[in-house]
Design a protein around this ligand. Structure first.
Ligand SMILES: Cc1cc2nc3c(=O)[nH]c(=O)nc-3n(C[C@H](O)[C@H](O)[C@H](O)COP(=O)(O)OP(=O)(O)OC[C@H]3O[C@@H](n4cnc5c(N)ncnc54)[C@H](O)[C@@H]3O)c2cc1C
Length: 377
């Protein structure tokens, strides 16, 4: 049984009010413009809803994963694309937080709390999506430097971040065991933004190609040892998947709330459609699925906070919550009938947004593969 502390209730309320007052009113505009919502990020920074996972030692918020999940559900309730900036940063800073040396943290983290800045986690490549062993970005050690060459795609904050965490191969013959992670600060010559993607949903979040040509970083910018990159990436995703799952719960809860309110006021056959049992059962099934997903998210996040990261639980939370978000948003659109299909109403955006939660941070096929592998081990 999870009982929220007063502090957790307070920050959840802060995030809920922020979503209501600052995100929902501008969500459609940023969805249409497909732009990063900088004014929203600046306001979030101002009230302490940014840099949630940076430890207090570095003047960050230092939230545990459970509390972070509470906040992310609320932000994504407002708009998944806006949440993308928050979640993208949290994802990108996690490798530094879990594998960086004190010297690396001292060097890179303070800038993130001085002002609202972006970080990027650059793993995916055109020919290496689910299969990280196919990564072809290379890192050659020359003297006291590594020289990186290659390209990444679909990178949240790609090319515009203040810090890119780049996963490259230092030994191609070793596959995933030859991957190494590097900290590449903005302004490093040779790193540039390629094509910015025009997405179906999640449109307030920026994703783009990252081009790396003769990018030189000092050995001191290597995260962990050579060959530890894949391990760092997987440990990162174990920790961040519950955050994506929390966001998926936010999207699903929003869809249910919109559908409940619509069903109460839409009259057909002489009574509100909410009085038709078929609609009532749809709503009941959906809210049950959302509650079950939330319970899984809370359990997965609490497990991480207990110091016993559980890959199976993190993958399960991500998979169940995102499948729920997809199913629930589509069903809620159905409750809106033809109006649900119109851009004037909130449902079509929620359907477009929900879809990405089944794809990023590992597709749900990959989550099932993780669960099956652990189950059969
Ligand atoms: C909006 C958005 C944001 C993103 N942000 C980032 C980011 O910040 N950093 C980053 O590094 N990446 C990011 N990505 C990339 C994302 O993580 C990948 O798209 C995802 O991992 C899948 O890779 P892929 O697109 O190449 O698909 P593929 O790997 O080519 O998969 C295609 C299909 O085959 C299935 N499949 C593949 N292998 C198997 C298998 N072994 N068994 C069963 N089915 C399989 C997949 O599930 C999928 O359905 C982002 C993507 C998007 C769309």
């Amino acid at each position: 049984m999870f009982e929220l502390t007063d502090e957790q209730k307070e920050i959840r309320k802060l995030a809920r009010d922020f979503a209501k007052n600052e995100i929902i009113p501008v969500a459609a505009e940023y969805d249409q413009k497909a732009e990063i919502p900088w004014p929203v990020i600046q306001k979030a920074f101002g009230i302490g809803l940014w840099n949630l996972n940076i430890p207090e030692k570095y003047d960050g918020q230092g939230l545990d994963h459970f509390t972070e999940a509470l906040v992310y559900e609320e932000l994504a309730y407002g708009c998944l694309g806006v949440f993308g900036a928050f979640g993208g940063n949290s994802l990108a800073l996690t490798p530094l937080l879990i594998s960086g040396t004190d010297e690396q943290k001292d060097r890179f983290l303070p800038a993130f709390v001085e002002s609202a800045r972006l970080a990027a986690f650059a793993l995916t490549e055109p020919n290496a999506g689910s299969d990280a062993s196919a990564i072809s970005t290379r890192a050659r050690k020359v003297g006291n430097e590594y020289i990186l060459d290659g390209s990444k795609c679909f990178i949240t904050h790609g090319g515009i971040a203040d810090l890119h965490i780049v996963f490259a191969s230092t030994d191609k013959s070793r596959g995933i065991k030859g991957l190494t992670a590097f900290l590449v600060p903005a302004g490093t010559p040779g790193l540039s933004m390629g094509k910015k993607e025009d997405k179906m949903g999640d449109r307030a979040s920026h994703i783009a190609e990252v081009l790396l040509e003769d990018v030189r970083v000092p050995v001191a910018n290597r995260l962990g040892n050579e060959g530890e990159g894949f391990k760092i990436a997987m440990r990162t995703l174990d920790v961040t998947r519950p955050a994506i799952a929390a966001a998926a719960v936010g999207v699903a809860q929003r869809a249910v709330d919109e559908a409940v309110s619509y069903a109460k006021q839409r009259v057909q056959f002489g009574k509100p459609i909410a009085e038709h049992q078929a609609i009532q059962f749809m709503l009941a099934d959906m809210v049950m699925a959302v509650m079950a997903s939330r319970a899984l998210v809370w359990q997965a996040a609490a497990k991480i906070d207990s110091g016993r990261v559980d890959s199976m639980l993190s993958a399960t939370a991500k998979c169940v919550a995102s499948d729920t978000a997809m199913k629930v948003t589509v069903e809620c659109l159905q409750i809106f009938g033809g109006y649900g299909y119109m851009k004037e109403y909130p449902m079509e955006k929620l359907v477009r947004d929900a879809k990405i939660t089944q794809i990023y941070e590992g597709t749900n096929q990959i989550q099932r593969q993780i669960v099956a592998n652990l189950l059969l081990k």
